[in-house]
Design a protein around this ligand. Structure first.
Ligand SMILES: CC(C)(COP(=O)(O)OP(=O)(O)OC[C@H]1O[C@@H](n2cnc3c(N)ncnc32)[C@H](O)[C@@H]1OP(=O)(O)O)[C@@H](O)C(=O)NCCC(=O)NCCS
Length: 181
């Protein structure tokens, strides 16, 4: 569960990295439930599937006094066949959307980490309202697809814009442009 904080306690730094600690993995699962089950209603009871057994979860973590606090963004990546990677379950907590490019930073870590692990093609099924965002981030539309009864666009990342990144567990720091709502 995301605990809302008074704005003065929200520091403008976010850690963007692979989830390794149990609280990070649990935080990503909890955020996914909140967004895809409770907010969007795409899944009725839970959004877990067999891909979770093989996928690497990535997270955006808020900080307090530069210390990791809680998971406020997530996405997962996995290699479906040699060289072919997929990203899915991209979610940013509502109060943290459009404040610091957290979604864009998660996408950058997802594709760059896959690229660093030998990815030749990186795909995602993108909800239609997010297609312009992905296009702005150098993804191209492949074809429309229906997933879980919701219209999606299958999209492919241009790997030229996502240089290989070899340390997803370390990740990087991202700064907000404005405070969370
Ligand atoms: C989609 C989502 C992950 C985006 O996260 P976010 O942190 O708000 O995105 P960012 O702030 O990194 O946005 C990056 C850029 O894309 C823009 N953008 C964000 N969402 C957009 C959208 N739906 N359409 C067009 N542009 C969008 C932002 O304004 C920003 O542009 P700027 O840098 O020029 O200001 C978030 O809105 C979310 O969790 N939505 C609910 C779940 C969902 O839809 N998941 C994705 C399934 S495909």
């Amino acid at each position: 569960m995301i605990i809302e904080k008074p704005q003065q306690f929200i520091t403008p730094e976010f850690l963007i990295r692979a989830a390794t600690a149990a609280w990070e993995v649990g935080g990503a699962a909890s955020l996914r439930h909140r967004v895809f089950v409770e907010e969007q209603g795409i899944f009725q009871t839970h959004d877990r599937d067999e891909i979770d057994h093989v996928a690497l979860p990535l997270v955006a973590i808020s900080t307090i006094a530069s210390e990791a606090d809680e998971v406020v963004g997530t996405v997962r990546i996995y290699e479906a066949e040699p060289g072919l990677w997929w990203g899915s379950r991209l979610a940013v907590a509502p109060a943290y959307r459009r404040i610091g490019r957290l979604g864009a930073e998660l996408i950058r870590l997802a594709v760059s980490s896959a690229h660093g692990a030998g990815c030749e093609t990186f795909l995602a099924h993108v909800q239609m309202q997010n297609v312009p965002m992905f296009q702005a981030l150098h993804w191209e539309a492949v074809e429309e697809a229906d997933l879980h009864g919701v219209a999606h666009m299958k999209m492919r990342a241009d790997l030229d814009f996502y240089p290989p990144f070899l340390e997803p567990e370390t990740g990087w720091m991202a700064l907000t442009r404005r405070k969370a709502a």
